[in-house]
Design a protein around this ligand. Structure first.
Ligand code: AP5
Length: 205
């Protein structure tokens, strides 16, 4: 199954995509995570992306389209995948149609008021990409034991910028995929376990 998770920053796309991908035994492809790794390793792509990400802007379309095109050509994507954070603009969605065909787009919807709390309390493991929240009490990464840190783009000014970018450039994808008849909306509020059950039902699994 070829699935895409859509939603505002902090909606819970990554948290859900990680678990659904494991349950379906398909890879989770997070463009944000690929870019953060490239920054950590200071590759040419990472150096190009760093200032965009840290300020809360989108990385140029041509860079992310190429990343996803290459990643989807890898063997582990043959039986499906979850795209987490791509596409994020109409040109990205149109480019994706040239090399992949999605079965389902899941919009994770949350009330705007909770987003800032979620993002400012989020902690991230740069070693394995696992994400948690300070309220959940993890002291070190529950997956690999690595150190948990705050993402630079979870600073208040970056959060404001990311939300504005989402409304302007990414939210139009809701209508784009609704018109194609493949959009499903789920709640990003409430307990994560309930959210996962809802997604599995929507996917017919
Ligand atoms: P990316 O990493 O994709 O960031 P994002 O879309 O802003 O999404 P987030 O990771 O902030 O949120 P999420 O919805 O995954 O929420 P999470 O599950 O972590 O992208 C980062 C940057 O990379 C972009 O700004 C851009 O610069 C660049 N980029 C990436 N893709 C790009 C593209 N296609 N084009 C151009 N540029 C691109 O949850 C958030 C917090 O809430 C966590 O702490 C979590 O533990 C907690 N939480 C989740 N669900 C619940 C719940 N039900 N109850 C309580 N807490 C919860």
């Amino acid at each position: 199954m070829k699935i895409m998770f859509l939603g505002a920053p902090g909606a819970g796309k990554g948290t859900r995509a990680e678990k659904i991908a494991a349950a379906l035994n398909i890879p989770q492809i997070s463009t944000g995570e690929i870019l953060r790794r490239a920054i950590k390793e200071q590759t040419p792509m990472g150096l190009k992306a760093q200032s965009y990400i840290e300020s809360g802007a989108l990385v140029p379309d041509d860079v992310v389209i190429e990343i996803v095109k290459e990643r989807l050509a890898e063997a582990d994507c043959a039986n499906g995948y979850i795209l987490d954070g791509f596409p994020r603009t109409i040109p990205q969605a149109e480019a994706l149609e040239q090399f992949a065909s999605l079965d389902c787009v899941i919009e994770v919807r949350v009330a705007k008021e909770i987003i800032v709390d979620r993002l400012s309390g989020r902690r991230y493991c740069p070693k394995c990409g696992h994400t948690t929240h300070i309220e959940w009490g993890e002291k070190v990464c529950a997956v690999c034991g690595g150190e948990l840190i705050q993402r630079k783009d979870d600073a208040p000014e970056s959060i404001r910028q990311r939300l504005a970018v989402y409304e302007e450039q990414t939210a139009p994808l809701i209508d784009f995929y609704h018109k194609k008849g493949i959009l499903k909306v789920v709640s990003g509020m409430g307990k994560i376990e309930d959210g996962l059950k809802e997604i599995m039902q929507v996917l017919g699994c």
